[in-house]
Design a protein around this ligand. Sequence first.
Ligand code: HEM
Length: 519
Amino acid sequence: YVWPSPYDFLEDAYTVSSGFGDGGIVDGVNPCSFAPIGGRLPGRQAAAEWLRVAYHDSATYNIETGLGGLDASIGFETDRPQNVGRSMNDSLVFFGAFQSKTSSMADVIALSVILAIKNCGGPSIPFRAGRIDAESAGPATVPEPQQDLASHTSAFALQGFNVTEMIGLVACGHTIGGVHQVDFPLSVENAITPSNPDGVVHFDDTFDSFDNRIATQWIDGTSVDPLAVGFNATTNSDARIFAADGNQTMEAFAQDPDFFSTQCGSLLERMLNTVPKSVQLSEIINPLPVKPFQLFLSLATNGSLVLSGNIRIFDTSPAAAAASAANMPVTLSWKDRNGKPNATYSTSAVAVSETSGSLWGSVYFFEVNVAIDPNFGISSFVVDWAFDSQLPLTHSDNGGSGFPFQDVVLNLPDKSCRNPDQTTTVFAVIRNNMGLVTDAYVDYTSNVNQQGSISVKQVTTRTPLVHVGNSSSVLYDTYSATFANGPQTDEGRITFDVVASISGQTYISLNNPEVFAFC
Ligand code: HEM
């Protein structure tokens, strides 16, 4: 896709997993054995919990009605016996920080699994976005270990998976994590100790590696899986499922780790893309090679425009892996508001001092901070760069026409602030020589608590911008809007857009960050 896109925030979270510009999700599952949230006890493993959340959310799908699937309805279902334990709500609280106007909770759940599995050494699962969050619970169709094989077979069939695929999905799910005695005392006994307070027994002896060990141990008779060789035959659902085709699938998994990995990749991809039939998923989101990151244009107090923020470069080549950001030439060149280039419309972007990591390749950030004459303005830019000053430059023009950048409506982050009465006042400037401003407003996205779910719903409220007066530049007028902050929670990424319609054209300053300064 080309920038800007509604999926830019999810693409950032998908692409950058540490250091500068960190998307933040992988921090919750790194290393694979990790459990991040305060109060979590030893024996809990966030990567496994996230995968289980996604399965339980998607297991509400009904192939006959096309309803259910991965839609975050899990938030309303955590009081059911099949969702016992704190893992579901703890995971949803962690995911809340990544929910935004353009990233539904269901998309974050899908992305969390893709990142967690990759970070645990598993397959690369393609990521599509566009899931829509349910506003109520789905049917109680998550399988439970005491049920018989026939009910499991029909439960998986209702979700669109045949017997071979059921065996695959269960083996792929149960290659990380384990069963906790505190939550499943009918399946695990005598496991609680001071150092294992939840009494976890892992499914295989490499619980923190997404590998085929669950299959090799099952086939060679050394399985430790409490749902396969547990003391209670009634809850040994894995044994019944693994043997459902005479062990053919488990044999194949045990013999070939690559087969296990690719099968898990495609089965889990299908599971994550099981969505209500009304939902249209996006194309596959891959890291963009060159992308602006938190790049904003604003008006300085001296009347100059200032373009500031970052350019990100991503690549999978050996040259990229060997590069050092400080030695990478990166130049941003812009066109003025009439689409004209000029030799002086150019600036070197400087490597940020902190490095960054990605699960998918190498990623580097460069800082831009350049004054632009408001008389000429900006309409787009391109980036010329190389992994080393000895190498020829690559010309990145965002698929042909450059990275579009409007200079008509600008947020003024330094003036905007929070009032003592739980409202925020946003200031913006709008160019005054382009005709009549027929409409101008701020769209502010904040959180609304949902009864019955720990997750918030994000809602956008629109507030008209009021003309305030002139600005530091004769070319711009100042406007402001005051609106309620909304409930203060840790969840949901709060952003606002500033929009103006002038002479039949709409101009938008997108995704400005929440205001924290007090007035
Ligand atoms: C008949 C089907 C299934 C049954 C009866 C079943 C049952 C269970 C049970 C009882 C646990 C223990 C939970 C705990 O103690 O916290 C568990 C854990 C888990 N399940 Fe399943 N499961 C099934 C299928 C799946 C599938 C298809 C997946 C994913 C593709 C999956 C992923 C997981 C994961 C990752 C864990 C570990 C959670 C942790 O360590 O916190 N399960 N499962």
